[in-house]
Design a protein around this ligand. Sequence first.
Ligand SMILES: *Cc1c(COP(=O)(O)O)cnc(C)c1O
Length: 455
Amino acid sequence: MDGHGPALDAARRFADRWLASLPDRPVGVPADPAAIRARLGDLPDDGLDAAAVLGHLTAALEPGLVASGGPRYFGFVTGGSLPVALAADWVVSATDQDAAVAVMSPGAAVVEEVAGRWALELLGLPSEAAVGFATGAQTANIACLAAARHALLAATGWDVEADGLAGAPTVTVLVGAAAHATVVQALRLLGFGARHAVRVAADAQGRMQPDALRSTMAGAPGPVLVCAQAGQVNTGACDPLDAVAAVVAEHANAWLHVDGAFGLWAAASPRRRHLVAGAERADSWAVDAHKWLNVPYDSALAIVRDGAALATALSVSAPYLPLGEADPSTHTLENSRRPRGIPVYAALRALGRTGAADLVDRCCDLALLAADRFAAGGVEVVNDVVLNQVLLRVPGVDVADLARAVAEDGTCWVGRTLWDGAPALRFSVSNWSTTPEDVDRSVDRILALRDALAG
Ligand SMILES: *Cc1c(COP(=O)(O)O)cnc(C)c1O
């Protein structure tokens, strides 16, 4: 064994090459899993030295890598990595701390505590809320809704942690009609059942309608769980959270959860904050860091106003675990885990309030630029572009054909969806390094490919 140096040097050389290539390399790649599998080979009898493994691994991997961290990847809602966040993530790997309990890494625990507090400030959420560093908005939604399940049933005298859901009072679950699939997944896993969740009508942008919520809630038996949203994944629209919170507050035992995977970051921008006004009135919030904050995967925050509810729902106990209520593992689904709050701290420290606002505004302004250019080119912009999402219908061509042509061309990458039952193209701007030139170049190319397809 030659120590860590040679392997880390090999990783560094590859990373430098990869990152430098992001602005120019073809964004998508033709899938060829068989070729990658063939290069990886079979499990060998004898080991190989670390640097050689790195060379072999990166050579096999690279042909299958998508430049999704680069400036012209507009698929899904995909952030890149701020240089400072990537570097901090390397420190996380190098130090290999377990963030489960504070005694295993007092440093990691305090950095995460500070990162959590700063995130609450930036997002305009209550300073007393508990923050868990989750792997994504999916697991953050689960953590938040586990806290909700605990609190709503405890208020009726039912101990769901001890007795489960069989025989428990029925919780009425209300979800916006355009909610993200991961909220429904969380409800499934928590035993509420996807079919049991009542869909609340939404408007043409996907915003939950407060009047529809009021009439759906009226006469609801037992405790009520309402799942609202900041940032619809296709349109970027945010539920009218202030009005939604007012309706929820009329009920004696109700919990308001906000899935704000990317949309809650609007709060960091003075120009866009109004879109999520009232968010602070909710009981829990799920928000990604790996999307708009541009930290490496996998990173999100599960935020719960009533920290004791979160801790009761998620804490484990064993005689060897010196667990206190403030220990990080009481806020996450994971027990042992990497301190993924460290890159979040680094990102927030590097951006500051101004930089965070600027990151949000830049992406939103670029989405507006894209929308204008598409509209001028005869493409229909379906949504009100309030945030970083642009939803497009392309007269005269099949959206699937166009998305495939864009992927094969490699200038940029865009996704597809169904909106209002009809196929549409999604163009999402979430990367810190995207420039107006990247948007121009991408729109030009998409329009040219559209023309070629339309014949
Ligand atoms: C992306 C997204 C999620 C899921 O987040 P992951 O980070 O993929 O777990 C949930 N809700 C919304 C609104 C999203 O955009």
